[in-house]
Ligand binder design. Structure first.
Ligand code: NAD
Length: 320
């Protein structure tokens, strides 16, 4: 049994991670600004606290945890990150959390720490062509992320590796590519494309219409939550590979294609209306060469399988 701290335990990925770690029999402390909206956390101890506050961070790091998972961030989908309206908060809040956790984590003697970076760190100039985006790990530099969210993630990746070099902290860093699944935000402005489209399709009458931001030809890949957690644990357990590594799917699809897939799952015929909205890069896909080489594994669950589960969950939520 390990002692484990999960920062951001009230969020989507953190909530699922705590459940998995508890099933495996570990002692888990979760910390977040809020409880998870969708299910009760099985954490042994759940602290409601603000990780920007040094006193809170000192308090929760009261023991040399075997593992810390740092998932807390001020984040959301394109509607939150790409409008520019939240840039100062996104950068300040997330950077402060990471600075605090590393500073006090090192003092507390934590054994190993995982940091969730993002595909948003990749340079915009490699993601102009929707059919051929480049997101291999070494292509991150020269840096040109398309959002302040991405710049903060890149800064924090460097911060984690600096603590590794100078203080010998064991760090693991992964770059997540659009994680989705049940119990993720599906309305309110912070939801991402799969959840937003599932909601729109669930709420539309057959023969009706849904709106999509932009022309819908922008491409992305989406990874189901269980696969994400499997990748995180494999990285955490690796002896000599620290990352940064992509944790994502290579099954690239356009946003129009994603909408069509969800309509097929729902058994509804809807027309798509393209409207102006915040977009991000034209194309993005995970590149899984490195994870296969270093961890001998890569995600394989099909998008349509993960989406079916997610659609059913969002459909039931819309009826509550
Ligand atoms: P989420 O928003 O559901 O979870 C983040 C949690 O952090 C939230 O519950 C939030 O309340 C908490 N938090 C924010 N500020 C805090 C503070 N000051 N003190 C304490 N808690 C605070 O997001 P998620 O989808 O679960 O993502 C988890 C991590 O993975 C984030 O770091 C995110 O940037 C990263 N990531 C996620 C994706 C994705 O597709 N979901 C993609 C790339 C990277």
């Amino acid at each position: 049994m390990k002692s484990i701290l999960v920062c951001g335990a009230g969020g989507f990925i953190g909530g699922h991670l705590v459940k998995k770690l508890k099933k495996e029999g570990h002692w888990v402390r979760g910390v977040d600004l809020k409880y998870n909206e969708f299910s009760k956390s099985p954490a042994d101890d759940f602290v409601i606290g603000d990780l920007r506050d040094q006193i809170v961070v000192q308090k929760i790091l009261d023991q040399p945890f075997d593992e810390v998972y740092q998932l807390a961030a001020d984040m959301g989908g394109a509607g939150y990150i790409f409008t520019g309206a939240h840039d100062a908060d996104v950068m300040h809040n997330s950077a402060t959390i990471n600075l605090n956790i590393l500073h006090y984590g090192q003092k507390a003697g934590i054994k190993k720490i995982f940091y969730s970076s993002s595909a948003c760190i990749y340079p915009a100039y490699n993601q102009m062509d929707p059919a051929n985006p480049k997101c291999s790990e070494e292509s991150a530099y020269p840096a040109e992320p398309d959002s302040e969210y991405g710049w903060e993630k890149l800064f924090s990746e460097r911060l984690y590796f600096s603590f590794h070099r100078n203080y010998g902290m064991e760090v693991r860093v992964a770059r997540f590519h659009n994680i989705f699944g049940p119990e993720g935000t599906w309305w309110g402005g912070k939801e991402k494309a799969p959840a937003a489209l599932c909601r729109k399709v669930a709420e539309a009458n057959d023969g009706g219409q849904i709106e999509i931001w932009g022309d819908g030809n922008q491409t992305r890949s989406f990874l189901y939550i269980d696969e994400c957690l499997e990748g995180v644990q494999r990285l955490m357990d690796s002896k000599d590979f620290f990352g940064p590594v992509n944790i994502g799917s290579e099954e690239m699809i356009s946003i129009n294609g994603l909408a069509q897939l969800i309509m097929n799952i729902a058994g509804k015929k809807l027309t798509i209306k393209h409207v102006d909205g915040p977009l991000g890069v034209r194309g993005r896909n995970s590149d899984n060469k490195l994870i296969k080489e270093k961890l001998g594994w890569a995600p394989s669950l099909s998008l349509s399988k993960g989406l079916s589960i997610t659609y059913q969950w969002i459909l039931s939520e819309t009826k509550k």
